[in-house]
Design a protein around this ligand. Structure first.
Ligand SMILES: C[S@@+](CC[C@H](N)C(=O)[O-])C[C@H]1O[C@@H](n2cnc3c(N)ncnc32)[C@H](O)[C@@H]1O
Length: 345
């Protein structure tokens, strides 16, 4: 018997068509329908749900930020009956072997702006948490869950599903990872590197010396210094005054093309130059002699002309003799860009 997998997929605003293109390469019979233009869509294909999750984890699409299964859907009643239906669905999951007593379960609720319902997302969560502690004898949690219950309220339907956090590609609701903004934070750009560290499973504190190209005003530099690294920052623009005088920091207030570094001086190279990808790639390639073999590179790529796959191919032509692409991902904190995780050969 053919089973039908149905999921809600989320990308950054403006990038859903690229996520769909990538999914269609993996599932040629995929059918899509938009829920929120350019960012949230339904994906259906004749396949087992676990097979869909496994394929998407192994060949993770660059522009797919988050995926949640739809195992049940209802027309909205726009009354508390919706909450009753959700509670009954959740209470029945143990009989299907989808929940065990003692499981840590996070409930994530998303509601479209145009969904005209009398209950707020937190009321949906509260109703489901009641079932989790009651009938399911499980533990409601916010993070580090064993299972995530995902509820999505669209303009006319209610969708629900349960999955392991890793299957969703992100354990944050809709993949919208949030970091706490510190009072003395130099730039929001810091979140991009923080997210890259988590997304790519890295620990920058294991590195010794980092080269930061296009470093000003210094969000990334400050983050790497906090991680205990020695940092060399290159930028013709000024670094934030709070960084100057740090004995672990060397600043070249110059264009990256005019800097001379020592061979194999660094084990981490980061670049957030927000410039033409081709010119950025040439500048980085010319400084790669300073990165040790096996060293990590994290590079943001500005998607100038909205041809992302071609842009990545062109960049990798520049890097192919010197770097191996481990992963390309559009992070939540990337706007019109994506992030590359590479290793020096
Ligand atoms: C988006 S900002 C970097 C933000 C930084 N990552 C942070 O966390 O504060 C881009 C920087 O790249 C620098 N840049 C552009 N072209 C450059 C070049 N050829 N050499 C060095 N820096 C360059 C710009 O001066 C600008 O400060």
């Amino acid at each position: 018997m053919t089973t039908l997998a149905k999921c809600i997929c989320t990308s950054n605003h403006g990038f859903a068509q690229y996520a769909q293109e990538e999914i269609r390469r993996l599932f040629p019979a995929a059918k899509f329908s938009l829920l929120v233009p350019t960012e949230v869509f339904l994906f259906e294909t004749a396949a087992d749900l676990q097979e869909v999750f496994t394929t998407l984890k192994e060949q993770e699409p660059i522009f797919l930020r988050h995926i949640q299964p739809v195992q049940q859907e209802w027309e909205l009643s726009r009354s508390d009956e919706d909450l009753d239906a959700l509670q009954a669905w959740l209470a029945d999951l143990p009989s299907q072997g989808l929940v065990q007593p003692g499981d840590k379960i996070a409930v994530q609720v998303r509601k479209e702006e145009k969904a005209d319902v009398p209950y707020a997302p937190f009321a949906v969560k509260a109703a489901l948490d009641e079932v989790i502690t009651g009938e399911l004898q499980a533990e409601p949690v916010v993070r580090y869950a064993d299972r995530i219950v995902s509820v999505y309220v669209s303009a006319n339907k209610l969708y629900a599903g349960i999955s392991a956090p890793a299957d969703n590609l992100s354990d944050w609701s809709g993949g919208a990872i949030r970091f706490h903004k510190e009072e003395d934070q130099i730039s929001r750009a810091k979140f991009k590197l923080l997210e890259a560290e988590q997304r790519f499973g890295l620990d920058f504190s294991c590195a010794r010396a980092a080269l930061d190209i296009g470093a000003a005003p210094g969000g990334w530099t400050s983050f790497l210094l906090e991680r205990g690294l020695r940092v060399t920052a290159i930028d013709p623009a000024a670094m934030h005054p709070s960084l100057l005088g740090n004995p672990m920091l060397t600043v070249y207030k110059k264009n990256a093309g005019d800097v001379k570094l020592r061979q194999d001086e660094f084990d981490l190279l980061v670049c957030d130059m927000s410039w033409s990808p081709r010119q950025m790639a040439r500048l980085v390639a010319d400084l790669l002699y300073a990165l040790q073999s096996g060293g990590t590179a994290i590079i943001t790529v500005k998607l100038m002309h909205k041809k992302p796959f071609q842009t990545i191919r062109e960049l990798m032509q520049v890097f192919e003799s010197s770097m191996f692409l481990i992963k390309a991902k559009q992070l939540f904190h990337n706007r019109e860009e994506l992030t590359l995780y590479l290793q020096k050969l």
